[in-house]
Design a protein around this ligand. Sequence first.
Ligand SMILES: [Zn+2]
Length: 226
Amino acid sequence: MPVMIKRTFFCLVTVVSIISISGCDSGGSGVPEIVGNVGYAAIKPLGAFFPRDEVRTVKPVMQLSRTVPWDWQPPASRERDWKAIIIHHSVTHNGNARVFHDFHKNVRKWDGIGYDFVIGNGNGSGNGQVEVTYRWRQQVAGAHCGGTPRNWANEEAVGICLVGDFTKTPPTTGQLQSLARLVKFLQSKYRIPSSRIYGHGSTPGYTGGTMCPGDKFPMTAFKRML
Ligand SMILES: [Zn+2]
């Protein structure tokens, strides 16, 4: 009997050892595999810098447009009825959404960055890179064109800021191409005619007298790109 117990114990140890070894090795290469929608959910958007970004809705892959970046799509549950588009320049040589967010929040004492989108010029972010801010993700009113009747411009117009000082130099070709792509998307989605695309200073009802987006922003030529 003692011999049988010994053999049984030996067999058990052997079986457990084999299971343990094969179990540890079942992960293959050891590289974590990203499946399904996890890839999108796992991506940290630039908006992750923004404190209110955590309520962003991540849409299933199948619902995403194949023609525009996934984060241009607003959450359907809180989408606003946008009526116009207002273009700004940053009046800085460089910058990005995070820099402007910090400035607007800490210096201006606003909730955060005033624009819905920022388009980089290669200094501080990519040339033509489109950054989406929390204002767009959460579909809240902007803080980019105050002083219009009933604050209509902030409530109903999408604010897009291009990095640069267009009183001195024009926007880059990359910026204009990205802007055209973004504006065409917005026009199509909200049926906004080109006549309702304004430079900040030309916004109807605005009396602030700003030069924004600068006399070197080629509005007429830009509208021909649409
Ligand atoms: Zn402006």
